[in-house]
Ligand binder design. Structure first.
Ligand code: FAD
Ligand code: NAD
Length: 474
């Protein structure tokens, strides 16, 4: 039977499900539609992030980091571990257990918030009608006063390199390998390539990353990219810049990849090939021709600053629309849209969205890179501080990396903070808060930071902006 809802949401990832919960909190009648199922055929809400992205990748990053520490770092701490062995099957089982626990936690939250959830596909028709094809029932059409499109993204495939799910794989395949391939090729040394490349390197693979750009981590501040490249080299991640892949074919269970760099054409043979060259909006099959929603030439749903599409009361959020493809961006966008619908002042500050790359050391930043500030002609001051000069970093045996802070030369307002180092993912939070409150480097410099902690590196970088760091020469 067709029903009317205050809000219908298509896509149950961190964008869609958070929007659904917030809408329910605001007393709206909510229908959430998500097509994802687990291996057991049960609904698996949480989107790419929970099922095949953020969460499982971090589970494997953490498991493989434990192994790496035992093999390489414990001895220095005076701990000798003999006969270390690994059980990749158990690592995958643990990872899947974490995912399943969160899937069922979400189903309980939907119930507790009286959100109607349909496991199936949704398609937007004209006048905010949504055709739903449930996985276990016949098609039905519902109408929403508002519709939020939150269908997320899918991996980009490159010409001549077709995913086969076994030898040529995307993020899904790279999170399910039952044993470490002897040689793992990775096309694209971006976020996924580095994170999943690190996992399999630590678990024993020889990892070669073929990156088309001549610059390593072009979106990252150049000093931070340089410092992280040094660490990755020590870890023997073989990153080949300026390498343009022309094709890949599977032969006798191996993948032969051809690529070109400044020295000419080369070919390499791998046991598995991960393609991680970016993701694109999952807009295929989402919209009927007369839905009224415009797409950009890149297939993204076109939205304005407040996430409004070209159709009345239809909104777009998360990976499906412009902006960074990050789970927390999707979630906060969902909250802002629902609060706007409820007549509140829904708002998302795109300038203070933190980025994290969960390599070892971690990379995290908020705000523009130094190159971007230069390009814009901004007058700024820089303060840096190395973790090697912090007592905590040394005590932990994790002292690689640094904090780099940039503040406006005239007002001292913090413009950006870039970190490469231990627990950068947690440390960046303080910087985001400072920037949200329009803080200055002096504000952070005057705040008492506990000793000994890694956060002292933030404190010292803030002091260094004014050339008065205590534990390094200015
Ligand atoms: P999604 O999470 O993609 O969810 C959309 C959902 O909608 C999916 O379940 C999809 O199946 C469903 N759907 C699509 N079309 C329809 C339809 N027509 N009907 C019904 N359902 C539909 N981001 C971070 O911030 N931190 C990280 O650590 C991080 N790690 C990542 C690691 C990997 C390997 C990958 C691939 C991504 C990672 N990301 C990370 C990015 C993050 O996963 C995305 O930015 C985030 O999931 C986007 O959320 P979303 O709600 O827009 O879309
Ligand atoms: P990415 O944009 O981070 O990296 C893709 C890399 O591939 C780039 O360096 C690009 O220059 C390179 N490339 C593109 N075409 C190529 C080609 N033909 N040959 C060789 N190299 C090529 O994309 P990704 O790693 O696929 O990740 C997709 C998105 O998912 C990220 O941008 C990010 O938004 C999100 N993500 C976030 C996290 C996190 O927050 N920790 C983790 C994983 C993914």
């Amino acid at each position: 039977m067709a029903d009317k809802y205050d809000v219908i949401i298509i896509g149950g990832g961190p964008g869609g499900y958070v929007a659904a919960i917030r809408a329910a909190q605001l007393d709206m009648k909510v229908l959430l539609i998500d097509d994802r199922q687990g291996e057991d055929g049960k609904p698996a809400p949480g989107g790419t992030c929970l099922n095949v992205g953020c969460v499982p990748s971090k589970a494997l990053l953490d498991s493989s980091k434990h192994l790496h520490h035992i093999q390489h770092d414990y001895k220095a701490h005076g701990i000798n571990v003999e006969k270390v062995s690994m059980d990749i099957g158990q690592m995958l089982k643990r990872k899947q257990g974490v995912v399943k626990q969160l899937n069922s936690g979400l189903m309980q939250l939907f119930k507790a918030n009286k959100i109607e959830f349909i496991n199936g596909r949704g398609k937007l028709l004209a006048d905010r009608k949504v055709e739903v094809s449930p996985n276990d029932r016949d098609k039905v059409t519902h109408t929403g006063e508002h519709v939020i499109l939150a269908a997320g993204s899918v991996p980009i495939e490159i010409p001549g390199v077709k995913f086969d799910g076994e030898h040529i794989i995307d993020n899904v395949g790279a999170l399910e390998l039952e044993k470490a391939p002897e040689r793992l090729g990775v096309i694209g040394a971006g976020v996924i390539g580095l994170e999943l490349g690190s996992v399999w390197k630590r678990l024993g693979s020889e990892v070669v990353l073929l990156e088309a750009m001549d610059t390593f981590l072009a979106a990252v501040d150049p000093d931070i990219a340089k410092a992280s490249a040094r660490e990755f080299k020590k870890q023997k991640l073989d990153i080949r810049l300026g390498s343009k892949v022309s094709g890949a074919k599977v032969k006798d269970g191996k993948v032969e990849v051809t690529y070109e760099d400044a020295k000419g054409e080369h070919s390499e043979t791998f046991d598995r090939l991960l393609v991680s060259v970016g993701r694109k909006a999952a807009s295929d099959g989402l919209l009927a021709e007369d839905s009224g929603v415009k797409l950009t030439d890149r297939g993204q749903v076109e939205v304005d600053e407040q996430s409004r599409t070209s159709a009345d009361n239809v909104w777009g959020i998360g990976d499906l629309v412009r902006g960074p493809m990050l789970a927390h961006k999707a979630s906060e966008e969902g909250v802002a849209v629902v609060e706007t619908i409820a007549g509140q002042a829904g708002h998302l500050n795109m300038d203070t969205i933190p980025w994290v790359i969960y390599t070892d050391p971690e990379i995290a930043w908020v705000g523009p890179t130094e190159s971007e500030l230069k390009e814009k002609g901004v007058d700024y001051r820089v303060g840096t501080f190395p973790f090697a000069a912090t007592g905590r970093g040394l005590a932990m045996g994790e002292a690689a990396g640094m904090v780099k802070m940039m503040a406006d030369a005239e007002t001292d307002r913090i413009l950006a903070v870039h970190i490469v180092g231990p627990q950068a993912s947690e440390l960046i939070g303080e910087c985001v808060v400072a920037m949200e409150f329009a803080g200055s480097s002096e504000d952070l410099a005057r705040i008492v930071h506990a000793h000994p902690t890694l956060s002292e590196a933030i404190h010292e970088a803030a002091l260094a902006v004014d050339k008065r760091a205590i534990h390094k020469a200015n």
